[in-house]
Design a binder for this molecule. Structure first.
Ligand code: HPA
Length: 269
């Protein structure tokens, strides 16, 4: 495993003309941020040794290197979801490669269903903590010596970055929610009983990504900031049909706000 990670990192290092310490996983709500990256050079996942290949339609699947907010960055356009059939090792492989490349801070975004009754469709939620509800743990198996066998998770989402994001959002007049994200395997959206269960468990929002990458980033000593767009609501007695299209539409509408906060935070981080 370690050998494969290093092989991929060495391949990328030969192609890279910058040394970014900031990485972004361009999840739902952040897609347009890719267009703001300057001095770009891109490498398709299919051309990177050992990289999984993105199966979701419309996700081109590439690494983008360049500048954003005056900083050297690397961005993942297209992520690997567990529901697509990838193993946890595959889902989190790029994060381990980031560690080898010298990344210190990771920014992530996603779409999620709100279980907190105070939330509205289109809200942005700064992720303050998560619950791992995936059926398999990404660190299961022989420990890779990027971090301890039993990693601490008391500050999985960097408190300093959360403070900065709050200040940025306030200065921009953008209201943000805070909350706990529960990561579940999907690909079904939740039944009313499942939304209720997640609420009772302490989640404010539920989605199908992020948690594996954040766990591995923490193991690797990479600090994390994450934001979620609330694209639908799973509130007791009010659960209605959800479709991928509705999720996409709500995310597109919230995108400018999320992008504005992330752009500025990346600059200041
Ligand atoms: N549940 C799970 N994943 C999601 C949801 C949801 O309601 N909305 C967007 N991603």
């Amino acid at each position: 495993m370690l050998e494969r990670i290093q092989q991929t990192a060495n391949f990328l290092k030969e192609k890279m003309h910058t040394q970014p310490e900031t990485a972004i996983i361009l999840g739902t709500g952040l897609g347009n941020l890719a267009e703001e990256i300057t001095e770009k050079y891109e490498i398709a996942y299919k051309d990177i040794p050992n990289f999984p290949i993105s199966t979701v339609e419309g996700h081109s699947g590439k690494l983008i290197f360049g500048k954003l907010g005056g900083k050297d960055i690397m961005a993942m356009q297209g992520r690997f979801h567990y529901y697509e059939g990838y193993s946890m090792q595959e889902v989190t492989f790029p994060v381990r490669v980031m560690r080898e490349l010298g990344i210190k801070t990771l920014f992530v975004s996603n779409a999620s269903g709100g279980t907190n009754p105070a939330f509205h469709i289109g809200d942005l939620m700064i992720i303050t903590d998560h619950i791992n509800f995936f059926p398999e743990h990404p660190l299961r198996g022989k420990n890779i010596p990027y971090g301890p066998r039993f990693p601490d998770m008391s500050k999985a989402y960097d408190p300093e970055l959360i403070r900065k994001a709050d200040a940025i959002a306030a200065a921009m007049g953008i209201s943000v929610q805070h909350g706990v994200y529960i990561g579940t395997q999907g690909p079904t959206f939740e039944t009313p009983a499942e939304y209720h269960m997640f609420r009772v468990m302490g989640a404010d929002a539920v989605g199908m990504s992020t948690v594996p990458e954040v766990i591995v980033a923490n193991h690797c000593g990479i600090r994390v900031f994450g934001m979620s767009v609330i694209t639908d609501l799973g509130l007791e007695g009010q659960v209605v049909e959800v479709s991928h299209e509705e999720v996409q539409k709500a995310a597109d509408e919230a995108q400018p706000k999320m992008t504005a906060i992330m752009r500025e935070l990346i600059k200041q981080a």
